[in-house]
Design a protein around this ligand. Sequence first.
Ligand code: ATP
Ligand code: MG
Length: 424
Amino acid sequence: MAKIQAIRGMNDILPEQTPVWQYVESTIRRVLGQYGYQEIRMPVVESTDLFKRSIGEVTDIVEKEMYTFEDRNGDSLTLRPEGTAGCVRAAEEHGLLFNQTRRLWYTGPMFRHERPQKGRYRQFHQIGVECFGMAGPDIDAELLILTARLWSALGLDGHTRLEINSIGTSEARKVYRQALVEYLDQYRDQLDEDSKRRLTSNPLRILDSKNPDTRKLLEGAPSLDDYLDEASRAHFEQLKALLDAAGVTYSVNPALVRGLDYYGKTVFEWITDSLGAQGTVCAGGRYDGLVEQLGGKPTDAVGFALGLERLILLLETLGLVPVNVNNDADVYVTAMGDKAIAASMAISEELRNGLPGKVVVAHCGGGSFKSQMKKADRSGARYAVILGENELASGNVGLKPLRDDQPQLEVARAELVQVLTDRL
Ligand code: ATP
Ligand code: MG
């Protein structure tokens, strides 16, 4: 019978790969904890309207990337393509934003029907961070300082660069939008199909075009910068000053607009040049209007999302996964014969009590001494404990170093924890 396979673009993360995921996740968790951010967990499925109303009808995500389906009772539901909308929904629903500031984070799978390629999948994972109730550029700066610390913690200093921009208020963008359309309209024939379509639907997205001819046309286009409102300009100047003071290096990219409708004022991306086209590992910005747009009180907000697959790909590409990030056992306990098996289970428990930070794998499933030793070797363990009839009779166990050319030792069972503590 034909085997059923995983859905294209939705990847299994296999046991060989999970240690690096755990390493990255725990590093991020630790850094976020250092800054006082609290974890929130939202469902993977939300009402389709939530995403339409927040991300915007005329965006890549809503137009063509969402996994939308009808529930059995006829409601339109969507697998979340991102976390901000759900986080705002949850925070509002539970009154988390009432007269208080919040620093939240979450992690989990996101779903977008895109063309799968390196660094772009249909189920991928983000760590998202959202801050509420803080209007000033100080919190924008904190988010960027925090991400810079994260890159450092992962050994990525010098491998990511920060681009920032201000896209102003929606009023400022409206005026700019008109100027941009007027300019591009003169060259309508030279625009690619996507850009032509966006000219009427979402012209700012054209600034993001990867098409070289369109890019060339954009060189002469009016700049959003010239249309910024005073408040946004001041906010941006202060943010830059805070980043300068903190020693976070950045460049201003006037073409950075981001693909979701809810952003305003600050937007930013952390980019790497080591992953080719899918080089944005972390992206975000301010979205002061979103909470109100979703029915809450006006609440200032800023956040970002970090793509875990891309970050892990980057660490692997650069050879920056620490050597101790693995599934390896420390001790492998073998047993020959029924009595020895019972004893080996008890000894393994004693070792787990005495060596709580170590991985003790007890051999299960029988087999010859030779095959057990082969498995011990493959487990990555540094020591094999050898337990047979002779050892049982003597009250000792054999202790065989597996990673260096040392002779096997005889160790009294009562001393085994101590001997291993000294050696591991
Ligand atoms: P891109 O321009 O690469 O499509 P985006 O602007 O759609 O990215 P966001 O919605 O801002 O991305 O998501 C934040 C981060 O999530 C991205 O910077 C990226 O690291 C990651 N990401 C987004 N889409 C995917 C995907 N399909 N597969 C893997 N990672 C993704
Ligand atoms: Mg995208």
